[in-house]
Design a protein around this ligand. Structure first.
Ligand SMILES: C[S@@+](CC[C@H](N)C(=O)[O-])C[C@H]1O[C@@H](n2cnc3c(N)ncnc32)[C@H](O)[C@@H]1O
Length: 201
């Protein structure tokens, strides 16, 4: 029903918003519930991105955990590109769901094109893994005697899933190994992301 919208020459965020509506119709009821798939509309994404002050360092490492179709990264890129300052943005997106990832890929491609037109750049990765498991491993390593080299982020924008974590789950065990005790995914995403931000990030 919304597919024709994607063919029009929309700006970055409007396009992400059109794909949000299409993806929403394609998601299964079961994954909506189990992955907490409630996406951010463009107005809210744009407001969230506007809260970031203009960074003094042009090299930005952005984390978008549970990225969905990429609305928040699109809003972030649009926000930083509007004054044509030439930021180099390196983005890691984590997304567990393949339906979301197909839209995410197209929207990140458009972020790359838009940034290039404004004299900057976007390099992106889609990490098709469970963020809790992957980020817990990184944080546990940072806390170990022989920490692996982890590239920390300067910025993070997110709207994580809201769902309870059962006490016997794999998520709970991974989080515990990273020194985090919490009972819902939302606070787990926030706690892990904070630990992956560089000082002042
Ligand atoms: C509340 S939605 C928000 C999506 C997007 N950030 C936005 O604001 O529109 C949460 C997203 O996280 C994804 N997700 C849920 N659990 C995840 C996990 N453990 N690892 C990675 N992604 C996950 C869902 O598929 C969904 O796309």
């Amino acid at each position: 029903m919304f597919e024709p919208l994607l063919k029009e020459p929309l700006n970055l965020l409007s396009r992400a918003d059109a794909s949000r509506k299409i993806a929403n119709c394609k998601l299964k009821m079961e994954t909506k519930r189990s992955f907490g798939q409630y996406m951010t509309p463009a107005t809210v994404a744009s407001f969230m991105a506007s809260l970031f002050p203009s960074p003094s360092n042009k090299n930005i490492r952005l984390l978008d955990p549970g990225a969905g179709v990429g609305s928040l990264t699109s809003a972030f890129v649009e926000h930083l590109c509007k004054d044509k300052t030439g930021y180099c943005i390196d983005v890691d997106t984590y997304e567990i769901d393949s339906v979301m990832r197909s839209f995410l890929e197209k929207n990140l491609d458009l972020c790359e094109t838009t940034a290039a037109k404004s004299g900057g750049s976007v390099a992106w990765r889609i990490i098709a893994e469970d963020f809790i498991i992957e980020a817990s491993k990184k944080v546990a390593s940072l806390n170990s005697l022989w920490p692996e080299k982890v590239h920390k982020y300067t910025h993070c924008i997110m709207n994580p899933p809201y769902k309870k974590i059962s006490s016997a789950s794999c998520h709970r065990a991974c989080l515990r190994a990273a020194g985090i005790e919490t009972v819902n995914l939302y606070s787990a995403f926030v706690a892990l992301s904070l630990l992956l931000l560089e000082k002042g990030g």
